[in-house]
Structure formats: C-alpha cells, structure tokens
Design a protein around this ligand. Structure first.
Ligand code: NDP
Ligand code: 8X3
Length: 255
C-alpha cells in the first residue's frame, strides 16, 4: 500500500493516479474530504485497487498519534510513503513577510513531514522495510529572491531526509527525495492566495512540468529493486535552468 499526503491535488493526486494504474493499493490523505472521496471512488473503479482515505491536517501531531493507535494493521501494510503535503505562502522579501505565513509553511512542510515520518517509522522499523519519498524542491538548494522561508523549509526537509538515511543505515528502509522545479499545480494559486492572474503568470510562455511528470519519477524511484536507493532526483522543465532562470517565449537571445 502506498500512503500519499497531499493527495487532493497536483503532484500528490498525480502520484495517486500513477500508483493506482500500476496496481498498487493506496491510502490518500489531505484536508479536503470531498476531493479525497471522489478521487478514491474514481481510482477504485478504474483500476480495481483498494483506496483508503483519511482527512488529516499534517500539522496536527495528535491526529497522527490517534491514527497510529487506531489504524496499526493498515499502517503495517504501507510499503512506500510519499511525504508530499506542502505549500508556499507569499513571495515577498523577508522584511515584508508575515509570521502567520512563515509558521504555516514551517508547520506544514517541515513539521508535517516529521509527523508523517514519525507515524511510519515504527512500522517500517519493525518490518525492516519501507520507503520514504520526500517531496523536496529545487528551492532547497538553489535560492531565489523572495523564496526565503519556503526555501528554508525545503532545505530543512532535505536535511531531515539526508539524516534519516544515515540513521537508518543497516536497515532495509529506503529514503529518497524528489526535487522538482516548476510544476503546474494549485501551488501558485495557494502561494498568491487565490490571485489567478499572478498564478498563471508563473507558467506563462514556457512548458512547465506536469504533475504527471513528477509522478512518473516517483513511480520509478519506488519501483527500483530493493537493494537500490535513489538519493535525490532533481527534475526541471527543459525551459528552466535554475529556480530563477527560465526561458519564456518570445525567446530572449542569450547574452
Ligand atoms: P498543490 O497545491 O496542488 O497540492 C498541495 C497538496 O498539499 C494538496 O493536496 C493539499 O491538500 C496538501 N496540503 C497542504 N497543506 C496541508 C496540510 N496542512 N495538511 C494536509 N495536506 C496539506 O501543490 P503541489 O502539488 O505543487 O505541491 C505538492 C508538493 O510539491 C509540495 O510539498 C510542494 O512544496 C512541492 N513542490 C511543488 C512544486 C511546484 O512547482 N508546484 C515544485 C517543487 C516542489 P489539502 O489542501 O486538501 O489539505
Ligand atoms: C516549488 C518550485 O521554484 O517555485 O518548490 O520554489 S519554486
């Protein structure tokens, strides 16, 4: 069974589709219940796989602890966990940002990933198998102006994943990170708090990655033989060379 956080849209939803199509049972999580329900129903019918879903805010550590108690037999079945739920809020210089946005990003992207890891670790450890696939970002390593706290959360997530692989050395548990560049999802709509025009401008004049492109990578990483660990996979659209360097049409000649 594949557990996916943030499965209600974008990359998480695409991962659900890709893994279901490959015949895997799923456990989908997110805050939006209706989306979880309709995606689960669709995938069950289309692929004849088992799809569980749980409405869960990854910032709520108590909810994870309840789940560990109530759902231990299902948690034992999880072979891969895609630690994907995350968001950016705002794109301002740090001196103009708000502590509410910073806290939500830290609580979701870093602490939420930590609580997700904490949930699965005892089960993976007992079984001496399992795979964490963290949704990192190119923003973790290559900073861009006004990315500040979002970049910091993804850099911390990268550090968490790297440390976890060291801590688990000697076990058969795998730890991988995917680090995508621009992917067209609800990400920018969330970042710009519903400002559609600003969100669309992020992807205008270039072909971004689709959520399915990242899901393909996740499926590939998860399906390597058990003795093979992909440490990190950095994925850009061809029209992007770094978080701040993209080629948009009409093309500007290189200088
Ligand atoms: P979307 O906004 O489309 O999806 C984000 C998902 O995260 C949603 O399913 C949302 O579900 C979930 N989520 C957000 N906050 C919470 C929360 N507190 N508790 C539970 N779930 C939550 O964006 P993407 O698909 O693009 O983002 C997925 C991941 O990919 C993020 O970690 C993002 O940082 C990363 N990423 C995105 C890139 C991009 O360019 N789009 C590039 C690199 C990395 P719900 O609202 O229902 O809770
Ligand atoms: C999302 C990609 O470049 O907008 O992680 O930060 S970026």
């Amino acid at each position: 069974m594949i557990l996916i956080t943030g499965a209600t849209s974008g990359i998480g939803e695409a991962c659900a589709r890709a893994f279901a199509a490959s015949g895997k049972d799923l456990w989908l999580m997110g805050r939006r219940a209706e989306r979880l329900q309709s995606l689960a129903a669709e995938l069950r019918t289309a692929h004849r796989v088992e799809v569980r879903h749980t409405v869960l805010d990854v910032r709520d550590r108590e909810a994870f602890r309840d789940l560990a108690t109530r759902e231990s037999s299902s948690l034992e079945r999880v072979e891969t966990c895609i630690v994907n739920a995350g968001l950016a809020l705002g794109l301002e210089p740090l001196q103009e940002g708000t502590s509410e946005d910073w806290e939500q990003m830290i609580d979701t992207n870093l602490k939420g990933a930590l609580w997700t890891t904490e949930l699965l670790l005892p089960f993976f450890t007992r079984a001496n198998r399992g795979h964490f696939i963290f949704m990192g970002s190119v923003a973790a390593r290559w900073m861009y102006a006004r990315g500040n706290v979002y970049s910091a959360t993804k850099a911390a997530l990268h550090a968490l994943a790297e440390s976890l692989r060291l801590d688990l050395l000697g076990s058969r548990i795998r730890v991988s990170t995917l680090a995508p560049g621009l992917v067209e999802t609800e990400f920018s709509r969330v970042r710009f708090k519903g400002d559609e025009q600003r969100a669309e401008a992020v992807y205008s004049g270039l072909e971004p990655l689709s959520p399915g492109d990242v899901a393909d990578a996740a499926l590939w990483v998860a399906t390597r033989p058990e003795h093979v660990t992909i440490q990190e996979l950095v994925i850009y659209p061809t029209a992007q060379a770094s978080p701040s360097q993209v080629a948009r049409t009409p093309a500007t000649p290189p200088r």
